[in-house]
Design a binder for this molecule. Structure first.
Ligand code: AHR
Length: 510
């Protein structure tokens, strides 16, 4: 892959940019929120090769597996410590009938996955396979119930089947191999109900929500955290209507925000120039404004913040890899995706008084995936590495930072930051992420703590020769991977380190 050339405008910007960034870390600040681990949530839909080939290969596969789950993927996810996994969709959720996915696999009916490429779905991965996987991973399940094409009775009985100790459905569950009920906390009442989930108006859906949600019961100590299907992007009317009309029996309201420049011409995941890179990261960073606006509306109706904002789909969305099924949303993942992930996570950390969960789309082989598979091979994407480097932010206490950010404007007129910094503290150590978005200017960060005189500072860095670099099957598997951050200088309460262009660094100071 060739090094991309800077446009004259981008070069001029680079010359004008600050080379020094002063960061003041207020690690002694009181009453700061915890960054919920669920901000690091994932999403797995019956879409393309996410479930089949990705998570599930079946017990008889010659791909090494643990009871049907791909072993390499399972181990990689375990290492990532994923806190929550959303399933079975997405759009698929509103056409999914849970009864098709229980009982002996050979008896399960087949259906056409009309949302995603017309693929035949054999239902071999269903409720048991999903909830058992979550238990094995130590992950909280987040189930999306069918409101679009399912009945109230169907959704109610699914909750009972999964979580009740007694009754006929519990007996059936036991016959299917699971005596004890599972714990299911997060439960979505529909998905994108304004579109693939039923084409409803906000007013109509808010009434439907109340009707469906009331029959989703809490059995035997299981308490559902019910999430209403929320807006996409800039649809503030949806949020306003839901907040106005649904005042009880709701724990969360969702939101979807994808980094896509133009739905009719999404652009290549792999081949792009500097202008398009800056445009994409600027669009990703616009989520800050979108979150703020939805939160502002929620604050009016719910000043005590009883209802959480749940960003249950986010990430980059590019044209599918040439030669693959357009309905399968398979795209490669470059260092640019890593930058989007790091910038987005830094933004999410600033919103956690209201934002309680975020689920990147999707965990494997779909959109901005953590993992890609091909036959027996598996690669970890640059995005995976960001999530891995950021693991210590999960459930850490937010630490306010002040720095001298300077913003730039991308070709489409959007604003992006030249640097982004976020910090949190956990177990006596402060974790700090430093992102340098410039394609050609290194930045020296001078990080000063309030009172900490660190005796140890270690760091990891993720970058690559070219922003278009990615991890490919075969020999290119480790083209983009983290390494130790060198050149960290500590003096008293100050840490100085240079972060090269287009790089993500994570420091641990204690
Ligand atoms: O993540 C892919 C799709 O994007 C989901 O199924 C849907 O909810 C959204 O439109």
């Amino acid at each position: 892959m060739k090094r991309i050339l800077l446009t004259a405008a981008a070069a001029a910007m680079a010359v004008a940019a600050f080379a020094q960034v002063r960061v003041s870390v207020n690690e002694t600040a009181k009453d700061q929120p915890v960054i919920p681990k669920e901000i690091y949530g994932q999403f797995a839909e019956h879409l393309g090769r996410c479930i089949y080939d990705g998570i599930w290969v079946g017990e008889d596969s010659d791909i090494p597996n643990i009871g049907g789950y791909r072993k390499d993927l399972f181990e990689a996810l375990k290492d990532l410590q994923i806190p929550v996994l959303r399933w079975p969709g997405g759009c698929f959720a509103d056409e999914y009938h849970w009864r098709d996915g229980i009982g002996p696999r050979e008896n399960r009916p087949q259906m056409i996955n009309s949302n995603w490429g017309g693929t035949v779905e054999d239902n071999s991965f269903g409720t048991h396979e999903f909830l058992n996987l979550c238990e094995m991973l130590g992950t909280e399940p987040y189930i999306s119930g069918n409101v679009g094409s399912g009945t109230v009775e169907e959704i109610a009985k699914w909750v009972e089947y999964m979580t009740a100790e007694g009754g006929t459905l519990a007996e059936e569950r036991a016959k299917n191999g699971r005596k004890e009920p599972w714990k299911v906390k997060y439960f979505g009442v529909g998905n994108e109900s304004w579109g693939c989930g039923g084409n409803m108006t906000a007013q109509f859906y808010s009434d439907m929500y109340k009707r469906y949600a009331i029959y989703c019961r809490n059995y035997d100590g299981n308490r559902l955290f019910k999430i209403a299907s929320g807006a996409s992007d800039y649809d503030y009317n949806w949020t306003r209507t839901l907040m106005n009309n649904v005042r009880s029996d709701i724990s969360g309201l969702s939101l979807h925000y994808y980094t896509v420049m133009d739905w009719n011409a999404k652009g290549s995941a792999l081949s792009f120039d500097a202008a398009s890179y800056y445009d994409v990261i600027a669009k990703a960073c616009e989520v800050d404004m979108v979150l703020r606006n939805h939160e502002g509306i929620m604050d009016i109706y719910d000043p005590q913040r009883r209802i959480a904002l749940i960003l249950d789909e986010w990430g980059t969305w590019f044209d599918v890899e040439p030669g693959t099924n357009p309905g399968h949303l398979y795209q490669q993942n470059t260092m640019r995706d890593a930058m989007v992930a790091a910038l987005s996570l830094n933004i999410f950390h600033n919103h956690t008084r209201r934002l309680k969960m975020a689920n990147i789309a999707q965990v494997v082989n779909v959109l901005q995936a953590m993992i890609l598979t091909r036959g027996k091979e598996m690669v970890l994407t640059p995005t995976y590495h960001v999530f891995h480097m950021y693991r210590d932010f999960q459930d850490a206490s937010y630490v306010p930072v002040l720095y001298n950010p300077s913003n730039e404007v991308s070709a489409s007129g959007r604003v992006y930051p030249e640097v982004s910094v976020s910090a949190a503290s956990k177990d006596g150590s402060v974790v700090i992420s430093l992102v340098n978005t410039s394609l050609d200017e290194p930045r020296t960060f001078e990080v000063s703590f309030d009172s900490l005189n660190p005796s140890s500072v270690t760091g990891e860095i993720l970058n690559s020769k070219n922003i278009t670099d990615y991890n490919d099957f075969g020999r290119g598997k480790d083209t983009v991977k983290p390494s130790a951050l060198k050149g960290i200088k500590v003096s008293g309460n100050t840490v100085k380190v240079t972060v090269p262009a287009a790089s993500i660094a994570v420091l641990h100071a204690r």
